[in-house]
Ligand binder design. Structure first.
Ligand SMILES: NC(=O)c1ccc[n+]([C@@H]2O[C@H](COP(=O)([O-])OP(=O)(O)OC[C@H]3O[C@@H](n4cnc5c(N)ncnc54)[C@H](OP(=O)(O)O)[C@@H]3O)[C@@H](O)[C@H]2O)c1
Length: 258
């Protein structure tokens, strides 16, 4: 069956109901803006409330790193929208241990899973009946380019994101017959409050200027949140109606750098 695709520069998401986790800053905030611009209704969340959310975004305070937090968020999302078409699991957090893998405490291995993997699993499970009911529903999970390379100081974070990627593929296979698409976006180094701090920590610990990270990227710069939000917008839109189970790397060519 042919899919209706309009030719304007922004896909039309009018009538779509979207939940974006971690939309208070960085990549998530730009995803929220893009979805609103495309006509979707958007609900977003973070642990720390902010007062400069884009006009039209609905905000709920929640900690998605706990089972109670995701349960509450799923319940309140359905109470607000009555259903859901788009889920973007963006919230995530990392702390670098420049001393290496042996210095990563047990609680941080668990914390990496709690912050970067389990929120997507729990939210998806809680919201699945609504997503299956919605026509052309889409899930996008935000991973990290750290799964494509090797970074001992972030081994716990990389392991959690790798779990997210494996889970997303299995979910995509199971949900394809139910018309729910599941894709992963893999960002490289993107300028955001959270990631800038990690890069600075690593640069300070190893004694290199932080600018060398951007200089080592084939396309010559760090990404900006809109580079990632553009990919998310595409993947949740009807323009990607034949794409599921994919991993879209958006990293300025970092994965092919020698
Ligand atoms: N920027 C990069 O270079 C980069 C590279 C690869 C992957 N990523 C991934 O991209 C995603 C967004 O990262 P970012 O760079 O935009 O990070 P950021 O600037 O730190 O923003 C993270 C957002 O998630 C929220 N958040 C974090 N933990 C949360 C929790 N437990 N419950 C609810 N909200 C939570 C934060 O708000 P609160 O802190 O107030 O809760 C904030 O809104 C993450 O999954 C990250 O792993 C980023």
């Amino acid at each position: 069956m042919d899919c209706m695709v309009n030719n304007s520069s922004v896909p039309d998401l009018t009538g779509k109901r979207a939940l974006v986790t971690g939309g208070s800053r960085g990549i998530g905030a730009d995803v929220v803006r893009r979805l609103l611009d495309a006509g979707a209704s958007v609900l977003t969340t973070s642990r720390t409330p902010v007062d400069d959310l884009p006009d039209g975004a609905h905000y709920l305070r929640a900690d998605v790193a706990t089972a109670e937090g995701t349960e509450q968020l799923a319940r309140e999302t359905l109470a607000h929208f009555g259903g859901l078409d788009i889920l973007v699991n963006n919230a995530g957090a990392a702390r670098a241990f420049p001393e290496g893998i042996g210095a990563i405490p047990d609680k941080d291995w668990q914390g990496a899973l709690d912050s970067n993997y389990l929120p997507a699993v729990r939210l998806t499970s809680a919201l699945l009946p609504s997503l299956i009911e919605a026509p052309d529903a889409a899930i996008v999970n935000i991973s990290s380019g750290v799964t494509l390379g090797v970074s001992p100081p972030l081994a716990h974070y990389a392991a959690a994101k790798a779990a997210l990627e494996a889970y997303s593929k299995a979910l995509a296979a199971e949900l394809a017959p139910k018309d729910v698409r599941v894709n992963v976006v893999i960002p490289g180094n993107v300028t955001t409050p959270g990631a800038d701090l990690i890069r600075q920590t690593m640069a300070d610990a190893y004694g290199f200027p932080v600018e060398t990270i951007a200089q080592s990227i084939p396309l010559g710069r760090n990404g900006v949140p809109s580079d990632i939000a553009e990919a998310v917008l595409f993947l949740v839109s009807p323009r990607a109606s034949w794409i599921t189970g994919s991993q879209l790397v958006v990293d300025g060519g970092q994965q092919i750098a020698t």
